[in-house]
Design a protein around this ligand. Sequence first.
Ligand code: PRX
Length: 608
Amino acid sequence: MPHTSFIHTEPVTQQNDAIDSADAQYWADAATRYLDWFTPWDVTQHGRFGQDMRWFEGGKLNASYNCLDRHLETTPDKTALLWLGEDEDESRSYSYRELHAEVSRVANALKGLGVKCGDAICICLPMIPEAVITMLACTRIGAVHSMVFAGFNAESLRQRVQDFGTSVMITADHYRRSGRLHELKSIADEAVKDVKSVRKMIVVQNCKTDIDWQPTRDVWYHEICQRAQPDCPPREMDAEDPLFIIYTSGAKHLPRGAIHTTGGYLTYAAMTADKIFGLNAEDTIWCTANLGWITGHTYILYGPLLRGATTVLYEGSLGMPDRNRMSRVVEKHNVSVLYTSPTGLRHLKSGEMDRPFSDQLRVLGTVGVPMAPDLFPLVRRMVPDGCAILDTWWQTGTGGIMMAPPLEEGRHSDALTGSLPIEGIDVAVMDDDGNEITGAGEGELVIKTRWPSMLRGLYENPARYQEIYFSRHPGCYDTGDIARRDEDGRFWVIGRRDDLIRTHGKRLNAREIEESLSEHPAVAEAAVVGFPAGSANQQIAAYVTLLAPEKESDSLRDELLHHIRQRAGVHASPDMLVWCSTLPRSRAGRIRRNLLREKARRAAEKDA
Ligand code: PRX
């Protein structure tokens, strides 16, 4: 059986272009302040940015120890994890003491199955406590987890399991969502069918449903846990040992496994939870992302538990049984920090979401897409006085939030404010020739200096890592995003570089056209894409969903086109405006622009 180990043994590079001593001291202070180390590090930062960068060299620590054990002396009985089911009566909570015992037990159970430090464990579970418990159990013994979204089909799961060289897969029988039962074990079976590295499958009995069973490979989670001891010493890991691999998928490429390491990632997760949200042990945070995405890793699991807070894990759909569920959860469970996406909040516009958030909510953060200006006043009206509204920007490769408005300012803003990089982070916008734009201007967003939670590579794909992040702007981390910096030095992220539209010698932001459309009172949502028009020019297609009871009509079409011309200019006027009942979205909730682009191209071809 091939044994995949992630723990590297190569000697440390002798080359170094390390950061200056003040910066090193800043990050050293953060690592000391936010984490407990078994052994202090010798060198804060070593190696070259984007090449062989290493942080906290020589330091030893353990993630689960930092998330759990160190809170046992001070707050053992505080709720660490609060799980909520889609059914409003369903909940389960774990104190820090209980979560520690569970994690230790599962860590021992994994050891009992022969799992060793450096082994690759794929976790494909719904949003249930066992997902958090198994992730932490892996870290306790030094196994590397790859948590995969449970909604994938067998092929998407197979690509990830295979790439990662998974030895043990953890899954469940079925799961419930939006009131329906969904298959999981059968998908996992199909996914690992031809993957030789998988030797065991641990199955959580989640719905007590019938499933196929392979006696030589499959084991029940509850059975192996029953036999395991609740005491498992945390393994001392090197700061640069991988903590997890997380897959991102570009629209056109196979999924790529971003590698995050222990010391740097954890330092940054805890630091941003503190600096952006002011999160501490008195808080209850609800991050509505899925644990399978980086947002879930950093702000459901690691950030909150490192800070000793209570973290809410909600299994259901946000619209169940209605769009006010979010505000009921916030009230009932005393949520003080809510981290969600603007997409979910758009229901404020249709009036389906109209129940104000209760008074203890002090931060409402968003991520994923920019918060639209027309949404901001609606959100402001729904949150209590003094609640900060923060549009945060980051990505899988950054490990944690990179830019946001300052917390204090976000508490009182009555319109959207631009973001600032957090202390220690140096961002810039570059023009088309690769030169830094020094004043106000719009261009490609890069990160100029290193930070501890930057991904260390793409699993087994160093060439793509270089190509994606470091080839276009040598010496900088390329975010792939376009951003504008205003006169006050604030940043406004517009979207992916690949989503820009080139037409009539101009570069248009699809986002701006979308925003002008969604400001119209008849429009619920809009997606705008450029598609090839047989020359260097692209044509513009707008896909529009309407708010009830608006009806599609030629006069409304003309009105919307006129509205866009007025707000965004004549060049921004779409060549094609298509009505649709919903916008196609990926499983991660992103608008599937490639699909819309292709649809527009075909429709134009047919008309030609
Ligand atoms: O284009 C940016 C967009 O989401 C991308 C990162 O996606 P992912 O790696 O899946 O991570 C998602 C959550 C961290 C970014 O490159 N994005 C994220 N936040 C914002 C955003 N675009 C605009 N405004 C934001 N606040």
